[in-house]
Design a protein around this ligand. Structure first.
Ligand code: GLP
Length: 243
């Protein structure tokens, strides 16, 4: 879906979530962070206040996290989602799951998250952004398409792009913990969002180029239930035959 305005971008994405929750009130949602979905979360909060959406049975998981970050740091994915969504809506505390940024064992934490996702019956609807290098979650270029939840070194590009969350690149943790590409592909439905001219090149590569681990987002081409929401700037370099 290609939208004309920022308002349409945000509300189109929010409406997809509303439709999912209407269809299955106890949906398991996987949630992304970043600049891109900020407006969508605002619309969701507003729709909740207008009683157009009910989160009382919804289960949420975060897609990724900064590994090693203080878990109370507002720049973490947990901090972001709490501030922008969780504290404003009627999600039950026990239905909010996180990746722990400072687990006793990273390896055990990854296993725990994969088991948790299985126990919850899988992810019904997973929201994704795209990094300028094509990353999904923190699956940086080169990540195996067979990967499950894992810890990964963040690229310089990703640390620079996320400097805003930690008040400077030097404060951005050097590693991430993220659902793997296989974990992502196992979600029953995916929604990827990208906006702005600075995403046009990578969107073109991801959707006009081959499916390759060099561009993790290219795997969306082979998911059987994926929606991609773009604004016209992000879509500007796509070849016409796609839409
Ligand atoms: C971070 C997150 C990703 C997100 C990406 C894009 O790296 N870990 O999940 O998709 O940023 O961010 P932005 O929306 O700010 O471009």
């Amino acid at each position: 879906m290609i939208t004309d305005t920022k308002e349409a971008f945000d509300s189109t994405a929010a409406v997809e979530i509303v439709k999912q929750i209407e269809k299955k009130p106890n949906s398991v949602l996987g949630l992304a962070t970043g600049h891109t979905p900020k407006g969508m979360y605002e619309v969701l909060v507003q729709m909740y206040q207008e009683k157009k959406i009910d989160f009382s049975q919804v289960i949420v998981l975060n897609l990724d996290e900064y590994f090693g970050a203080d878990s109370d740091h507002p720049g973490t994915c947990k901090g972001y989602l709490t501030e922008r969504l969780y504290q404003h809506v009627n999600l039950k505390k026990e239905n909010i799951y996180y990746l722990n940024s400072q687990p006793a064992s990273g390896e055990e934490e990854c296993k725990r998250y994969d088991q948790l996702i299985n126990q919850l019956g899988g992810i019904d609807f997973l929201i994704l952004g795209i990094g300028k290098n094509g990353h999904l979650g923190f699956n940086e270029p080169g990540t195996s398409l067979e990967s499950q939840t894992h810890i990964i070194d963040l690229t310089d590009r990703s640390r620079t792009d996320n400097a805003w969350s930690f008040g400077g690149k030097e404060n951005v943790p050097t590693q991430g913990i993220t659902m793997g590409i296989k974990t992502i592909m196992n979600a029953k439905k995916l929604m990827m969002m990208a906006n702005g001219e600075n995403k046009a090149d990578i969107v073109e590569k991801a959707f006009n180029g081959p499916v390759t681990s060099d561009v993790p987002a290219s795997v969306l081409q082979i998911h059987n239930n994926a929606v991609v929401i773009l604004d016209k700037e992000a879509a500007s370099k796509l070849h016409n035959d796609l839409y």
